[in-house]
Design a binder for this molecule. Structure first.
Ligand code: ZN
Length: 479
């Protein structure tokens, strides 16, 4: 009877929109799944914090659901691993094998959002790595990194004096916007941030936003120029910002500042602040859509990863004998603060769902640990990631280790769909209490051969990856 009530409610609210009936006609009870990705999420950080009562939103599901180690595979690079997670196939099969093949166009097989779209399930995908360019699905997609052209004039930002804004040697994106930036910078107290400032770069016909922080009497941190003009398309439907401005927000930033230039020697405080700023923009957008009538909603939050790379040494100074004790103390909470912030953002997303009626899944593509290179005082990816499944019928317990490719069969099962014989992942047994034994797998979700591209990503994408500290050297082709 639940379905009748929901169906009527939907009709009443939407004035009889046809798709509401369509959604409910195929089955009389729906299984909705919300996946919240924590890129780089690590139990070694999370569990003590849950115990200390510091991550209340995660704790709710941790205590009720099954959780354990989500074993990553080499290469533990976010686009590769998230592609494995959401196809159920290994890199040799799905085609996203390294940084050079990290766009959605490199994927040769269907991701779960295509499988669900084919079955007419409403599917929303936000900020999953390796989903740019955005694909047509039965719902909404907002692409994650890596992507080309989302900033102008570099992606790390820079420290300048106000006088330098007029200097001919200063990067054009700052120099040409001196008239917009200076009035925002001048009144700032030391340590304060400006609001987002609208900026332009006429030579590229680009419009963008930037933020400024006053560092001391003379110097200011100027963020990267994040493009927000219509030429940068990061969504499906492509005109989402025009048609849904109240939900997309005034602007959207698909990837924040590159951390590599700022890491080590003396990691600046503004990097942490600014990474948080950007993740709030991303979460606000996901939150704008999460109240919709979806079947599958996936949002990957990347704040923990972006903060763990440059600040891990302060979190685990004992692993870095050369770490300055004063510095370690100054930033000792940065990594934990990223988890606190992520948990707050999760709380905002959950509040906006407006129902408790869904399975909740937390996944990370890899964990974090200290770099083995003692000179390189940063955090690096480890194979020990995290999973957590919670919802009706799932029993709270410590679960066995599962592999990253097992997520797709698990999510398909929770949705009430079959796995496929060409999916490598296995359904975790700890979920069988939900619907009983899994249905026979179908042969395949693939319908048409999809060759995928083998051409390396373009030069602008490579530049972003360099700024993020993931690659060195030049891309193999220029365009
Ligand atoms: Zn990373």
């Amino acid at each position: 009877m639940q379905f009748v009530v929901r169906g009527l409610l939907g009709l009443a609210l939407l004035g009889g929109a046809a798709y509401v009936m369509g959604d409910f006609s195929t089955s009389d009870s729906r299984n909705r799944v919300l996946v919240f990705g924590i890129d780089g999420g690590t139990w070694a950080v999370i569990e003590p914090m849950i115990e200390a009562g510091e991550l209340p939103n995660l704790a709710r599901f941790y205590n009720d659901g099954v959780h354990g180690e989500f074993r990553s595979r080499p290469p533990a690079l976010s686009p590769v691993v998230w592609s494995t997670i959401f196809t159920g196939r290994l890199p040799g099969d799905h085609g996203v094998k390294d940084w050079k093949t990290s766009h959605s166009t490199h994927r040769k097989v269907k991701a779960i959002w295509e499988m669900t779209s084919d079955r007419s399930l409403k599917t929303y995908v936000f900020n999953v790595p390796s989903t740019w360019p955005a694909q047509e699905i039965n719902g909404v997609m907002v692409s994650g990194f890596p992507l080309s052209g989302s900033t102008v004039g570099g992606n790390t930002g820079g420290v300048l004096t106000l006088d330098a804004l007029d200097d001919r040697t200063t990067a054009a994106v700052y120099r040409l916007n001196a008239l917009a930036l200076r009035p925002q910078a001048v009144p700032l107290e030391v340590g304060a941030w400006s609001p987002w400032v609208k900026v332009k770069f006429p030579a590229r016909k680009a419009a963008g936003v930037m933020k400024i922080k006053r560092l001391d009497d003379d110097s200011y941190y100027f963020s990267p120029f994040y493009r927000i003009d219509d030429e940068l398309v990061v969504t499906y439907p492509s005109d989402l910002r025009k048609t849904q401005p109240e939900r997309m927000g005034e602007f959207y930033i698909p990837e924040g500042p590159g951390w590599s230039l700022h890491a080590e020697a003396d990691t600046p405080e503004y990097l942490y602040d600014h990474l948080v700023d950007v993740s709030r923009v991303q979460t606000a957008t996901a939150r704008g859509f999460v109240g919709d009538d979806w079947d599958l909603f996936i949002y990957v939050n990347t704040l923990v990863d972006r903060v763990s790379h440059p600040y891990w040494a302060y979190f685990q100074p004992q692993a870095f004998p050369e770490m300055d004790a004063r510095k370690a103390a100054k930033y000792s909470e940065a990594v934990r603060n990223a988890y606190r912030e992520t948990d707050r953002q999760l709380g905002q997303v959950l509040e906006a769902v407006g129902s408790e009626d869904f399975y909740f899944v937390v996944l990370s593509d890899h964990g974090f640990g200290a770099s083995n290179n003692a000179k390189s005082m940063i955090g690096t990816h480890r194979f020990e990631g995290i999973y957590l499944f919670a919802g009706p019928g799932i029993l709270g317990s410590e679960g066995p280790r599962i592999n990253i490719e097992d997520a797709t069969p698990a999510i398909l099962y929770l949705l009430g769909l079959e796995s496929a014989q060409d999916i490598a992942g296995k359904l975790p047994e700890s979920l069988l209490s939900v619907h009983g034994p899994a249905r026979e797998p179908i042969a395949s979700y693939e319908t048409l051969a999809k060759p995928g591209s083998d051409l390396p990503v373009d030069a602008a994408t490579w530049e972003q990856l360099r700024g993020l500290g993931y690659v060195d050297g030049a891309p193999r082709r220029k365009d």
